[in-house]
Design a protein around this ligand. Structure first.
Ligand SMILES: [Mn+2]
Length: 383
């Protein structure tokens, strides 16, 4: 049993060297709270060392797709040479990492997703789910992995206040990513939430003030998480990131109120789509899966809808947005032994992309293959 995630020390040393040499550093994170909180805590760690971040990028899943994309690399290419660090994504971007390297970037991947067919060609990968990683706990959210990296980078220099401040975000990101709340995750959540009550971070203070502290800690924590997840990435910028890094309490109050309003609207939409799915599946109750899509549904809501349906019907659930030629969706498969990634692996010949975790994953394919996809999945889950 090893006590450190593979490459943790190597990556920490590389980042410290970059700070010393004043190299440019780019952070490229996923747009959900796990990705955003990962970016924020790594940025604050680097700043604490005296380093600077040259650019922070969050791709819009709906427009840009999940992961590193060539368009973003093209926008960033003037910043090369630089350290290009991916957070909560990247482990599947074999092709894009090649492009990044050709542009002059040195790529560091910090991820916690399953590795599929081959990993990007860079020695600087941290992902506890790598085949040859012997770290004892595999259930960390990406922000948990990143927190371990921040600890490694800062070493003894980490002050109690900084550690607590990073832990608050690590706790929220961990809860939000729906990883098991056991082992290290449980500790991160406990410590982070304890600190959250006295948070110095203006954004989190604004949430506690607006929602009411008592209310938040009596079970309404999810309100904060939903609100932070409600921000969309536009032109690679993300409101939740701007919020969490803002020093102005007044500005934070404004954004927090706006995000809460957006969340309430989103919850209403999720309810409507869920009802529509339920209406449709009454005629298909024999199928071992739930497989539904529509042109009017937003991809950003698909995961939430799939979660509710999968829980309610105890079946692997595939919810997708049907585009003009391609469809893109989210999968939830909550029962033990029903691995959604393994299931989609049997369809990889006609999927454009797919990936994620056994219980939560995603896919994209041509519309003409939808029927075939559904059939293969039904076959797979019948067994
Ligand atoms: Mn994640």
């Amino acid at each position: 049993m090893e006590n450190k995630i593979k490459n943790l020390e190597k990556v920490a040393e590389r980042i410290k060297k970059a700070v010393l040499n004043k190299e440019r550093i780019i952070l490229y994170g996923d747009s959900d709270l796990d990705g955003i909180s990962s970016v924020v805590i790594l940025e604050e760690t680097i700043k604490n060392l005296g380093g600077e971040i040259s650019a922070v990028f969050f791709p819009d899943r709906e427009v840009d797709g999940y992961g590193v994309n060539a368009k973003a690399l093209d926008i960033l290419k003037d910043k090369a040479p630089a350290l290009f660090i991916t957070l909560d994504l990247g482990i599947g971007n074999v092709k894009e990492v090649e492009i990044a390297k050709k542009l002059g970037f040195e790529v560091i991947i910090i991820d916690h997703h399953e590795t599929l067919n081959g990993i990007p060609d860079t020695p600087l990968i941290i992902d506890p789910k790598q085949k040859d990683d012997n770290y004892s706990f595999k259930g960390l959210a990406n922000v948990g992995v990143t927190f371990r990296l921040c600890e490694e980078i800062l070493g003894d220099k980490i002050s109690e206040n900084l550690r607590n401040s990073l832990l608050e975000l690590a706790a929220l990101g961990t809860i939000s990513d729906m990883v098991p709340q056991t082992d290290e995750n449980q500790k991160i959540i406990e410590e982070g939430l304890r600190s959250l009550k006295n948070t110095f971070r203006p954004a989190l203070r604004a949430f506690l003030d607006i929602l009411g502290e008592g209310y938040v800690f009596q079970g309404a924590l999810q309100k904060i998480i939903s609100a932070l997840n409600a921000a969309e990435s536009i032109n690679y910028k993300n409101d939740s990131y701007l919020l969490l890094t803002s020093p102005s309490i007044d500005k934070c109050r404004e954004i927090v109120q706006d995000l809460i309003d957006k969340t309430n609207y989103k919850q209403q939409k999720i309810k409507e789509i869920t009802q529509e799915v339920e209406r449709r599946i009454t005629q298909k109750s024999q199928s071992p899966i739930i497989f539904q899509g529509d042109q009017a549904w937003k991809l950003t809501l698909a995961g939430s809808v799939a979660s509710i349906i999968a829980q309610r019907y105890e079946k692997p659930t595939f919810i997708f947005k049907k585009g003009d030629t391609e469809s893109c969706g989210s999968v939830r498969s909550l029962k033990e032994g029903y691995n959604s990634v393994d299931a989609m692996k049997t369809c990889e010949d006609f999927l454009i992309t797919y990936g994620g975790h056994a219980k939560a994953s995603g896919f994209r394919l041509k519309n003409e293959n939808l029927e075939k996809f559904e059939k293969y999945l039904e076959e797979y889950f019948k067994k």
